[in-house]
Design a protein around this ligand. Structure first.
Ligand SMILES: Nc1nc2c(ncn2[C@@H]2O[C@H](COP(=O)(O)OP(=O)(O)OP(=O)(O)O)[C@@H](O)[C@H]2O)c(=O)[nH]1
Ligand SMILES: [Mg+2]
Length: 280
C-alpha cells in the first residue's frame, strides 16, 4: 500500500509526545466515529501510558448513533472516558469539562485540600490526520479563548490555548500515524477521506465502497440512487448508479471516473445517511 510514514518521523513524534505528556494532566484522543478502530493509532496505549484519557468520537453527525453508543460502552474504562462530538457544530463539546473533572478528581481533591480553588487542567490533543484536531481546538478556543501565549517556566516555545473553563490545550496537536499496514484499515481511511485517494485509483476505491455498502447498508444505497434492487456484483451496481445519474459517455458507456468521484463525495459528505463502517 502506498502510504508512507517515515519511521524516523514516527520515532520523533513518539518521543515528542512522551516528552510533552509530562506537561499535561490528561490526553484528549480524537477518533472518527465512523471508523473508531481504524482511526486509532496502533501504539496509542503505549504512548499515553497511564495518563487519564478522553476519547472523542468526532464526526458523530456522520456515524450511526446506535453504533457510536456501542463504541462508547466498549471503550470506556476506569481511566478512559469516551464521548461523541461534532467539532463543526460544537455538539457534545460541553460534556468534556465534567468528564475531565471526573477523571482528574484526585488531583482536584489534592488542590482543594491545599486551599487552592483556582487551578488549570492541561491537556494534550492527539489523533491521526484529518480526524478533526484543529476543528476541536478552534471550537474550544472560539468559545472560551482568553489568551494564547507562552507559559513562563515551561518550555519557552510551547504555546497554550487557555480557555475560560479551566482547561489549557497544548497548541501543537500530536499527529499520530494510523495502522496503515492493514488493508481493511487503509480502505476505511480512504473511504472517509482520512488519507487522500492515494492508496488506489478512485474507481477501484468507489467499487470497494459500493461492495461494503451493499452488504452493510443496502437500503441507504438503494434509497440514495433510486435503485429498485441491488446486484451481487458491485460493478453492476456501480453502472446502475452511473446510469441513474447520467454519468454516461458515448453509446451509453458508463463514465466510471465520474461515478466514482460523485459517490466518494456524496459518501464523505454524509449524503448517504449515517453510516458506521466499523462496529465493536
Ligand atoms: N462532518 C463533520 N466534519 C468534521 C467534523 N470535525 C471536523 N470535520 C471536518 O474534517 C476535516 C478535517 O478537520 P481538521 O480539524 O482539519 O482535522 P485535523 O485532525 O486537524 O487534520 P490534520 O491537521 O490534517 O491532521 C475538515 O474538513 C473539517 O471541517 C465533524 O464533527 N463533523
Ligand atoms: Mg490540523
Amino acid at each position: 500500500m502506498a502510504i508512507n510514514w517515515f519511521p524516523g518521523h514516527m520515532a520523533k513524534t513518539r518521543r515528542e509526545i512522551k516528552e510533552n505528556l509530562k506537561l499535561v494532566d490528561a490526553v484528549i484522543e480524537i477518533r472518527d466515529a465512523r471508523i473508531v478502530k481504524s482511526s486509532a493509532n496502533p501504539d496509542i496505549e503505549e504512548i499515553c501510558g497511564g495518563k487519564p484519557r478522553i476519547i472523542l468520537l468526532n464526526k458523530s453527525d456522520l456515524s450511526e448513533k446506535k453504533v457510536t453508543n456501542d463504541w462508547i460502552k466498549e471503550l470506556t474504562k476506569e481511566n478512559i472516558k469516551v464521548l461523541s462530538v461534532n467539532c463543526v457544530s460544537g455538539e457534545g463539546i460541553k460534556n468534556i469539562k465534567p468528564v475531565l473533572d471526573e477523571l482528574l478528581k484526585e488531583k482536584h481533591e489534592r488542590y482543594k485540600n491545599k486551599g487552592l480553588v483556582k487551578f488549570t487542567d492541561r491537556v494534550m490533543v492527539v489523533g491521526i490526520p484529518n480526524v478533526g484536531k484543529s476543528s476541536f481546538i478552534n471550537k474550544m478556543a472560539k468559545n472560551n479563548i482568553a489568551k494564547t501565549g507562552d507559559r513562563p517556566g515551561v518550555t519557552k516555545s510551547k504555546q497554550w490555548i487557555k480557555t475560560k473553563i479551566g482547561i489549557e490545550l497544548m497548541d501543537t496537536p500530536g499527529v499520530l500515524w494510523p495502522k496503515f499496514e492493514d488493508e481493511v484499515v487503509g480502505l476505511n481511511l480512504a473511504f472517509t477521506g482520512a488519507i487522500k485517494d492515494e492508496i488506489m485509483d478512485i474507481e477501484t476505491l468507489a467499487l470497494r465502497l459500493i461492495e461494503r455498502l451493499q452488504n452493510d447498508y443496502p437500503e441507504q444505497l438503494k434509497e440514495r440512487y433510486k435503485l429498485t434492487e441491488l446486484d451481487e456484483n458491485p460493478l453492476l451496481n456501480m453502472e446502475n448508479i452511473g446510469r441513474k445519474r447520467g454519468a454516461v459517455i458515448a453509446r451509453g458507456e458508463i463514465d466510471y471516473n465520474r461515478v466514482a468521484i460523485m459517490l466518494m463525495d456524496e459518501f464523505r459528505g454524509g449524503k448517504l445517511g449515517n453510516i458506521s463502517l466499523e462496529r465493536p
